[in-house]
Write a protein that binds this ligand. Structure first.
Ligand SMILES: [Zn+2]
Length: 293
């Protein structure tokens, strides 16, 4: 019997772990973000990998430049470090999404050429009116109103591009933290927007284009994005790109059980720091799943 032979000669070595922090500069970071980012940081460190900071600043109406500087300062204060990012550069830049529009347009064109998307003129109101079933946190399942449309409307009518999902198909993946996941296209989520009416790439498209282009091997993010992962796996498939692994973190809730959001000012890293809390104490609290009230 031979000893553990190791990988055969010439076998491809697995790519080095590449993770990312991908905050949006729409407000101050709070403890919920910090916990997810800390997990991402620890995953990269434990795997001897690289961590990337990506500034998700596509939403021109909500992102503000002063939050970018604050975000970087707060993340550093919390004890996070990264090897590539808008402040330190790297081989996969630019690391501001607002500077990557050409890459998103190429991805959109790829989907359009493959007949995976269609122009949709429905407003949020139209969709809510057409959908009677209740929908929790997530967007309602698109009723398919514009599915037959092949060319954009003429005359300056606003429209989005929507991805056509394979109705009834199960999308399965193994989450590195939460285990096996399964969503059914057309039931758990419908045709989704990949390009917005205000000519901005939607989250799903930008995220997939960037994670693929930046060689990300594992995505660490909050469990509120599990359904988005199912959508994104369809994009990877349509684009013939290998998907990364996914690790979805449990979400922090406040004392009333509501999910933490940027509206919780008292739990922003900034406020906690001004109150004299230390990063090491905050890390202990959040690892224990509790936090200062
Ligand atoms: Zn429509």
């Amino acid at each position: 019997m031979s000893q553990n032979p190791g990988p055969p000669a010439g076998a491809p070595t697995p790519p080095r772990y590449r993770g990312r922090l991908a905050p949006s500069p729409t407000g101050y970071l709070h403890l919920g973000h910090a916990r997810t980012f800390w997990t991402a940081h620890e995953r990269a460190r434990q795997n001897g990998g690289v961590l990337i900071l990506r500034n998700e600043d596509l939403d021109r109406t909500r992102c503000r430049p002063e939050f970018v500087a604050a975000m970087i300062e707060d993340l550093r204060w919390f004890g996070l470090d990264w090897q590539e990012g808008p402040d330190c550069g790297g081989p996969f830049g630019p690391y501001h999404q607002s500077e990557r529009i050409n890459s998103y347009r190429a991805t959109l064109e790829h989907l359009r050429a493959g007949n995976r998307i269609y122009p949709c003129t429905c407003s949020r109101k139209d969709i809510q009116a057409a959908v009677s079933a209740p929908h929790g946190d997530d967007e309602p399942v698109y009723p398919g109103t514009c599915r037959g449309r092949t060319v954009p409307p003429a005359g300056g009518t606003q429209y989005s591009w929507r991805f056509r999902v394979p109705e009834g198909q199960g999308i399965e993946f193994h989450d590195q933290h939460l285990g096996p996941q399964r969503f059914v296209a057309g039931r758990d989520f419908g045709d989704f927007v990949v390009w917005r009416p205000d000519d901005v790439p939607a989250y799903q498209l930008a995220c997939v284009a960037d994670d693929a282009a930046m060689g990300i091997t594992e995505v660490v993010r909050g469990a509120d994005l599990l359904v988005s992962t199912a959508r994104q796996l369809l994009l990877y498939r349509a684009l013939k790109l290998p998907p990364p692994a996914f690790f979805h973190c449990d979400l922090l809730a406040d004392e009333t059980g509501r999910r933490l959001a940027k509206r919780h000012d008292s739990l922003s890293l900034r406020t906690l720091r001004q109150r004299g809390e230390t990063p090491s104490l905050l890390r202990q609290l959040q690892i224990a799943g509790s936090f200062a009230k």
